[in-house]
Design a protein around this ligand. Structure first.
Ligand code: DC
Length: 210
């Protein structure tokens, strides 16, 4: 299980580790992003309401290959926009949203998996055999996001991205329910000065030692 703040490299690291271990990969942030997309499309505010409960009941997300599917629709790119970045923390702070998504996440774990998110080790999979808390300085995380956007040819402003990273860190760590925390027993891995390959190698060493 890999937890950590936005932009620490959890997703790419977890994908590579799952490939090497031949285990399924679960990107739980994608699930929170997909429900946020539904809420924004239906114009449902981030507070508990009958409409929000209905949307949670209807919510059906799945992973096909590398794609995130909302029913039959491929929403892989639609969930990675600045609009979703800006709204996801508000929806994911709601207890109703977190409890609805708990079952969806646990269902995926029947035959073992590599999962990444914010509360994998603390709440969703507290009995996991390996828990790692991946972190990095806000500046280096913002720089990674900046470079990703530039590579994709999208508009990018480093200062704005850094502000957004700091804002999201505050919201994700400060929320009352399942805040971003290093789980008891989780190994702390600071990736600020490590290359991607070094991080993957470290995680593989820990996995082999289990
Ligand atoms: O990892 P990400 O940036 O795709 O995650 C998007 C948001 O979803 C993140 O800001 C907080 C929320 N999230 C969460 O609350 N719990 C998780 N297990 C995963 C993500």
């Amino acid at each position: 299980m890999l937890d950590g703040p936005a932009g620490a490299g959890k997703s790419t690291v977890a994908q590579e580790v799952s490939r090497r271990l031949d285990l399924p990969f679960l990107d739980t942030g994608a699930i929170y992003r997909a429900i946020t997309l539904v809420m924004l499309r239906r114009r449902i505010p981030a507070e508990d309401s009958p409409q929000l409960q209905d949307a949670l009941r209807d919510f059906s997300v799945s992973f096909e290959g590398g794609a995130v599917m909302l029913g039959d629709e491929d929403v892989t790119s639609a969930i990675r926009t600045p609009e979703i970045d800006g709204a996801v923390s508000s929806y994911s702070a709601l207890p109703a949203v977190r409890s609805a998504l708990l079952g969806i996440q646990r269902e995926q774990a029947k035959n073992g998996l590599v999962a990444e998110g914010r509360d994998m080790g603390t709440v969703v999979f507290p009995d996991a055999c390996l828990k790692i808390f991946l972190t990095a300085s806000p500046e280096s995380r913002a720089m990674r996001r900046y470079e990703e956007r530039v590579l994709k040819g999208e508009p990018a402003d480093y200062g704005e991205i850094l502000d957004a990273v700091n804002r999201r860190d505050g919201l994700d760590s400060g929320r009352e329910i399942a805040p971003l925390r290093r789980a008891p027993g989780a190994i702390l891995l600071d990736t600020t000065d490590l290359t991607f390959d070094q991080v993957v190698d470290r995680v593989m060493e820990y996995a082999e030692g289990v």
